[in-house]
Design a protein around this ligand. Structure first.
Ligand SMILES: NC(=O)c1ccc[n+]([C@@H]2O[C@H](COP(=O)([O-])OP(=O)(O)OC[C@H]3O[C@@H](n4cnc5c(N)ncnc54)[C@H](O)[C@@H]3O)[C@@H](O)[C@H]2O)c1
Length: 324
């Protein structure tokens, strides 16, 4: 028996596009809404306390996809002091008949891409139909992949206003992302300048259990969408409570975090994204509706993205075969 090992370089060499990941993640949410997935909430250990985690994220997706995966992902807040990214880990792909492992792959690319893609799916169902001005607050890995996802979803974006408390991170982001997305990426010196007037606002800063949020409801325009990937880390209580619709990617996942003390100031969402994509609950209903999607990142997103990579790697003979 052999399994396929895909390093980060192998994964990136497959050159799978954001558009492909968005389509797969949308299909995954639909199957989740239809009850054709199995996905227990994350299981966590914290070897060095609150600033660190290792999460086990298993998922099975039925339907035509028929995939089983486990992501074993770690995060350490102080990694940047060592010149390392916050997030690292592996995904195991299993045969859903025999349960044998088929592949192991690096998860950094998957985690970045699927999080942006999940937000793009949320924007399709909950965002304004045609965003021209967007904002990104928190200009790291997620700030990048979420802007790429917005560019893939919204063809008429004219400008992104970007803000980060770290001036170096902001300046690198502006230089790099303007070229990548093909519209203006303008650095701004305050969160308020980024948020006011924007159609869609992604926040990708810190997500601590006891956050110090700084974005009030009054900065949001009628019809705007808030799309945090940093949980409730950036949004003040009146914003979390003031939006017309708050949708989460998975109720059970949010309950799990609530039990650990997160989301103390966050009302119960009116739907999960799977229910919206499957047509069981409404998405955006009015032009002036203010919406928020709280995508915490779920194993179904990882599973569908790893599935595309595994298929592409087999077809193109990328990766290293290892004995089991
Ligand atoms: N929802 C998901 O699926 C998912 C997946 C991965 C990461 N995350 C979360 O996304 C966030 C960003 O992760 P990343 O991998 O891009 O980290 P990163 O370290 O690459 O980037 C984080 C950026 O946020 C900036 N920042 C720090 N404090 C800030 C603040 N108060 N407001 C705005 N920006 C601030 C930092 O200067 C840095 O540039 C983290 O909160 C992480 O937990 C969510």
């Amino acid at each position: 028996m052999k399994l396929l090992y895909l390093s980060r370089a192998d994964v990136e060499a497959l050159d799978v596009s954001m558009g492909q990941v968005i389509d797969a993640v949308e299909a995954g949410f639909k199957l989740k809404g239809e009850g054709k997935t199995q996905m227990p909430p994350k299981t966590a250990i914290h070897p060095r306390g609150d600033g660190t985690f290792l999460h086990a994220m298993p998922a099975y997706i039925g339907g035509d996809m028929d995939l089983a995966t486990l992501k074993w992902v770690g995060g350490a807040d102080d990694n940047h002091k060592l010149g390392l990214p916050t997030i690292s880990g592996l995904i195991v792909v299993n045969d859903p008949d025999t349960m044998f492992p088929l592949a192991i792959m690096d998860c950094i690319w998957v985690t970045a891409m699927r999080t942006g893609a999940a937000n793009a799916v949320a924007m399709k169902y909950l965002g304004p139909p045609d965003a021209q001005q967007v904002a990104v607050l928190g200009c790291g890995v997620q700030g990048r992949s979420n802007l790429v996802a917005m560019a893939a979803h919204y063809p008429n974006i004219k400008r992104c206003r970007a803000w980060d408390p770290n001036a170096d991170a902001l300046s690198k982001y502006v230089g790099e992302m303007g070229e990548r997305v093909g519209f203006e990426v303008e650095p701004v010196d305050s969160p308020e300048s980024a948020v006011r007037g924007s159609d869609v606002i992604v926040t990708a800063g810190l997500s601590p259990r006891d956050p110090e949020p700084y974005i009030p409801f009054e900065w949001l325009e009628p019809g705007a969408m808030a799309a945090p990937v940093d949980y409730n880390g950036s949004w003040m209580q009146d914003a979390l409570q003031g939006v017309d619709k708050l949708v989460v990617d998975d109720h059970a996942q949010m309950d799990y975090y609530r039990n650990k003390g997160y989301f103390a100031n966050t009302p119960r969402p009116c739907a999960d994204l799977g229910e919206v994509v499957a047509g069981l609950k409404p998405g955006r209903e009015r032009d002036d509706e203010i919406t928020m999607s709280m995508c915490m990142g779920i194993a179904v997103d990882d599973c569908v993205t790893a599935g595309i990579l595994y298929k592409a790697a087999r077809e193109r003979a990328v990766g290293t075969e290892l004995p089991l």
